[in-house]
Design a protein around this ligand. Structure first.
Ligand code: GLV
Length: 309
């Protein structure tokens, strides 16, 4: 009997309990899932950021920690974590992210806010350009960034994708490295941030890089709040260098009540809902990883502890 400790909080337990048992059975695994297995009996830990769980050291028997989150920055530096760590790549989350990103890109591209006419407002018929003349850049070409880049390209946006190491994606101009970043930013009328948070990406979008974007560019951040220098972004919004920012993630969440993003007329705040792991599809990924581990096969989506993701 494989003992799986669910260390991802009570509300998620309600969502995952059934989905995980089904997925484990389907993978042919006999497992006992619980929120309270002790360290000496736990074979696998299913984890999501959770204030009550930060010490992995006693879990010497555990063969892997399986994250329900795509972003693992909060545990990747945890020194008590010596077990292999897998991040979540979930088709449900990817689908949700594609919908959020294309929706918000289209909002800005089409000027939806300005084009909805209300009684008493001017009847200004100035149609937006076609997508083919609106360059969009996606920073980060992992599972989520690549899927969003493809969907935007399918809508005819000229898409540039940027990543740390060079990628190849059909129909996307792929750039890499710091030299590539300058070119990726200089034409981006809409910029989408889907990078993992690492020491190399923290504060990446600072005053200098915001200034490299075309005047009036839109920033959409469903990645991580720490990718952006908040004060630099506010200054760029005030000067008009950045026309609008749609932000789903923040340095502190929930976004503190007195944060200037709330009141800024050119900022749209969404409460970290761009996309989340979906129990049904994510449970299958967890079960497949446990099956692999039991069969001595390599884990899917293993985190490179040095790279940080
Ligand atoms: C959510 O933000 C995640 O990393 O899965």
């Amino acid at each position: 009997m494989i003992k799986v400790l669910f260390a991802a909080g009570w509300p998620r337990w309600k969502q995952y309990k059934h989905a995980l048992s089904m997925a484990m059975a389907k993978a042919g695994l006999e497992a006992e899932l619980s929120q309270s297995h002790g360290p000496e009996e736990t074979d696998y830990i299913v984890y999501a950021p959770n204030r009550r769980f930060s010490d992995f050291a006693p879990y010497k028997r555990a063969k892997a920690v399986l994250s329900l989150w795509a972003g693992v920055e909060d545990i990747v530096t945890n020194e008590t974590l010596t077990q292999p760590l897998a991040r979540m790549v979930d088709s449900g989350m990817t689908e949700g992210m594609v919908e959020y990103v294309t929706g918000h890109v289209l909002r800005h591209h089409l000027g939806m806010d300005a084009h909805i006419v209300n009684p008493g407002h001017d009847w200004i018929a100035k149609p937006p350009p076609l997508a083919r003349s609106r360059p969009v850049t996606v920073l980060g070409l992992g599972e989520l960034g690549a899927a969003c880049a493809r969907s935007l390209a399918a809508l005819n946006f000229p898409v540039t994708g940027w990543s740390r190491s060079k990628k190849r994606l059909r129909g996307i101009r792929c750039l890499a490295g710091l030299e590539g970043l300058d070119a990726a930013l200089s034409e981006a009328e809409i910029l989408v941030l889907l990078l993992p948070l690492t020491t190399g990406t923290e504060g990446l979008l600072d005053a200098q890089r915001l200034a490299q974007l075309p005047n009036g560019a839109v920033v959409i951040n469903p990645g991580r709040g720490q990718l952006i220098d908040d004060n630099a972004l506010l200054a760029a919004l005030d000067s008009g260098q950045i026309g609008h920012a749609t932000l789903d993630v923040f340095r502190e969440e929930p976004l503190p009540e007195d944060h200037p993003f709330w009141a800024h007329p050119s900022v749209t705040v969404t409460p970290h809902i761009a996309s989340e792991t979906r129990a049904e599809t994510a449970a299958q990924v967890i079960a497949e990883n446990i099956r692999r581990s039991e069969a001595g096969e390599p884990l899917l989506h293993l985190v490179d502890r040095k790279a940080g993701y």
